[in-house]
Design a protein around this ligand. Structure first.
Ligand SMILES: Nc1nc2c(ncn2[C@@H]2O[C@H](COP(=O)(O)OP(=O)(O)OP(=O)(O)O)[C@@H](O)[C@H]2O)c(=O)[nH]1
Ligand SMILES: [Mg+2]
Length: 714
């Protein structure tokens, strides 16, 4: 019986339901989805069992303790107690996929070597049953001599069983080397421990055997992260150990693996049976089409096109409603508050700025909803598989696909997800091109400009020009990412190629509660995070755009004025005031730089604010245009953009060429401080984020320049 607080770690192969169990135990909401490599960080929470508060740690999935990737290393270091000076866990809950037991037990036998109390949870029993397996956990428990239970993490009662088994654990450690290495392997292992690992490294004792076995099978210090200084001695010892195995007729590379699998075979033969199941599963039948050489990519493209068309058209009624709320709300405040500065600040600054951005909430919600469905069903893994060949050609890797797809939501989780890429070069290239993926912060900008300047004519029945342009911008982002990767592939010399191996998880119905909760959560983050920045910027901007107060000179019709050449009789006083405000003057100052791209000073100001976060651009434009509008004007921002005329030339400020140039600028420029920060953290140097900012911004300027210059000439 447990009567003290424990630190409990959840360990297991990727995609076995660790985070699902973690969430059920702690009540937290770690991200879960149906493809391997979702969790790339260590997350801690707490759970109360029998009145005792335990700490629970969710770890990234790992196939073995011979870590190769950043995420696997976190799991390994946590287990052996070298992760950020934390002690090793008191109890390890090994989560295994019951429908794939052999492979999952490999890691289990490795963890059992670490001299830590363990228990084994066979999860996904529902799927194992469907596949025709019968598993007797008590039999497995007898052979392994550790507690073993069979569950389905979706059932509440099964989670209670996990709690109960934890509570009843005796905290005995498993028998050392239960899988039984043969005499030679044992001898070779002891040799490496005694002559190298113990005297020359700072690896904790519990991991000595594991480390020795790893060195023997790899034959080198690839990926060593502990400190030592006499590498030559180490290599000699490793060599000696390998020779010993070879002399006895073994293969040092495979000896450990084979012997573990022999043991696992014994375990499963007494505990599991599978009915011969000849009929092809649904997953296999669907995959025959979805991962087909030709149909696969076509289906992938169709899925994306449909998704973006849907985001565009389904969200419209909701957006109109939100727009209506903000306009009416603004009018109500304006008429119920004493006229004056505070009134103006609230209505023209805060409400206008916020409304400009919140209106895109429906689209953001739809976007995340679709992404969570793609992830939850397991389609994402197929997308990675289908795109692997192509990705390798352009210098990326099949593993890059999922991080890049997450980039549609936001570059930050995408960059974190690159931890699942083994090869450093592949990883850095993926990070460097990832911000080209059209993230959700660009969505408001694209949506506004498309709604204002692209005709809503329908094509092929279900699509519209607007939807297609929207989709085109996403494709443009993908092409830029791929193109940039191809260039970087030339710059960075190729190292060792790592093959793409990714498990294709069986299709699952997404867990709807998770999909809806997560979507709502993202919506909330969008509104609150963007909201904070936007309210602050709107207030400052309103001030800068409203002062100093300048009276428009009164001129009678037909008369000309001598004292202000930029004065135009068709202009309204608000617009005149804006042009002479601080913001107006600043905008005019930077105008020469952005004029060749087709941008006027109003866009210029919003470009400046958008470097805080892209979506702020829309709020800024809304604030500027609200200040400028004549009282009682009820037109929406897109109408104002369409109708805006340059007071000096009398021509429309925005043409299609301007809109396209602006969209291209947003597609390419690195306008996100958080991304810069995360790249610094993940690469541990300023070199990469600075390079990223520079090349993306230069590219954005040049591309917009070209687009506008060509566009206006056509
Ligand atoms: N059918 C079924 N699905 C499950 C069960 N447990 C988890 N899942 C699903 O399996 C998928 C993977 O779950 P996660 O909790 O993300 O797995 P994980 O082990 O944390 O994965 P990584 O973080 O990638 O290592 C999700 O789609 C879950 O909804 C179960 O018992 N039965
Ligand atoms: Mg997880």
């Amino acid at each position: 019986m447990i009567n003290k607080p424990l630190t409990i770690a959840l360990v297991g192969n990727p995609n076995t339901g660790k985070s699902t169990i973690f969430n059920a135990l702690t009540g937290l909401r770690q991200k879960i989805a149906n493809y391997p490599g979702i969790t790339v960080e260590r997350k801690a929470g707490t759970t109360i069992i029998n009145g005792i508060l335990h700490k629970v740690i969710d770890l990234p999935g790992a196939y073995s303790l011979n870590y190769k990737k950043a995420d696997e290393r976190i799991a390994y270091e946590t287990l052996i107690g070298t992760y950020e000076h934390e002690r090793n866990p008191d109890l390890v809950v090994i989560v295994a996929d019951a429908s794939n037991l052999d492979r999952n037990l490999y890691l289990a036998t490795q963890v059992m070597d670490l001299n830590i109390p363990v228990m084994l949870v066979l999860n996904m029993m529902d799927i194992a049953k469907e596949k025709g397996y019968t598993i007797q956990p008590e039999k497995l428990s007898e052979v392994l001599n550790i507690p073993v239970i069979a569950v389905s993490a979706k059932n509440k009662t099964d989670i209670d069983l996990i709690r109960k088994t934890i509570a009843e654990h005796d905290l005995n450690v498993p028998e050392p080397l239960k899988w039984g290495p043969d005499k030679t392997t044992q001898e070779a292992m002891n040799m490496v421990v005694e002559e190298w690992v113990r005297p020359s490294t700072d690896i904790p004792a519990r991991a000595h055997n594991t480390e020795a076995l790893r060195l023997i099978s790899e034959g080198d210090f690839a990926n060593a992260f502990y400190s030592f200084d006499n590498k030559e001695t180490g290599l000699k010892v490793i060599d000696k150990a390998r020779t010993l195995i070879e002399e006895n007729g073994g293969n040092p590379m495979a000896a450990e693996v084979l012997q573990r699998y022999n043991f696992i075979g014994e375990c499963t033969s007494v505990s599991t049976k599978q009915e011969s199941n000849t009929k092809k599963s649904i997953t296999d039948r669907v995959d025959a089409v979805v991962t087909h050489k030709v149909f696969g990519p076509v289906i992938f493209a169709m899925v994306l096109l449909l998704m973006f068309q849907a985001i565009f058209s389904w969200a419209t009624p909701f957006m109109d409603f939100i727009d209506f709320l903000f306009v009416e709300g603004g009018n109500w405040v304006a008429s119920h508050m004493p006229a004056g500065m505070l009134n103006d600040l609230l209505v023209e600054g805060v409400i206008a700025g916020l409304g400009g951005v919140v209106i895109f909430l429906p689209q953001i919600l739809f976007l995340f909803f679709f992404i969570y469905i793609l992830e939850g069903t397991g389609y994402m893994a197929r997308a990675a598989f289908v795109m692997d060949g192509f990705m390798t050609k352009v210098g990326l890797h099949g593993r890059s696909v999922v991080p890049l797809m997450s980039g549609f939501a936001c570059a930050i989780p995408g960059i974190m997800a690159t931890r699942t890429i083994e090869n450093w070069r592949d990883r850095i290239i993926t990070i460097m091109v990832l911000p080209f993926m059209a993230c959700s912060a660009r969505l408001p900008v694209y949506a506004l400009l498309i709604a204002a300047f692209i005709p809503d004519t329908s094509v092929l029945g279900i699509f519209t020009y607007q939807g297609i342009t929207f989709f085109g911008l996403y494709i443009f982002g993908i092409l830029m990412a791929v193109g940039a990767a191809a260039v970087m592939k030339k710059i960075f010399p190729a190292g060792k190629q790592t093959p793409f191996i990714m498990e294709l998880p069986g299709y699952k119905m997404p867990k709807w509660s998770v999909v809806f909760q997560n979507t709502a959560e993202r919506g909330k983050v969008f509104v609150t995070e963007a909201g904070k920045v936007i309210v602050a910027i709107s207030i400052v901007l309103w001030f800068l755009a409203s002062f100093p107060k300048t009276e428009m000179p009164q001129v009678l019709e037909g008369e000309t004025t001598e004292y202000d050449s930029s004065f135009n009789t068709t202009e309204n006083p608000e617009s005149y005031q804006l042009r002479h405000s601080f913001a107006g003057k600043f905008g005019k100052m930077i105008e020469p730089v952005i004029k060749p791209l087709g941008f006027d000073w109003k866009i210029g100001i919003s470009l400046v604010t958008s470097f805080a976060a892209r979506e702020v651009m829309v709020g800024t434009l809304n604030t500027i245009y609200s200040i400028e509008e004549e009282d009682g004007d009820t037109s929406t921002l897109k109408e104002k953009l369409r109708n805006d005329v340059d007071p000096e030339t009398g021509k429309p400020v925005y043409t299609i060429a301007t809109a396209i140039s602006l969209m291209i600028f947003f597609a390419l420029a690195m306008q996100c401080m958080s991304t810069i920060a995360i790249v610094k953290r993940e690469t541990n140097s300023w070199k990469w984020p600075v390079a990223m900012f520079t090349y993306m911004s230069v590219l954005a300027y040049l591309a917009s320049f070209l687009a506008y210059q060509i566009g206006t000439r056509l």
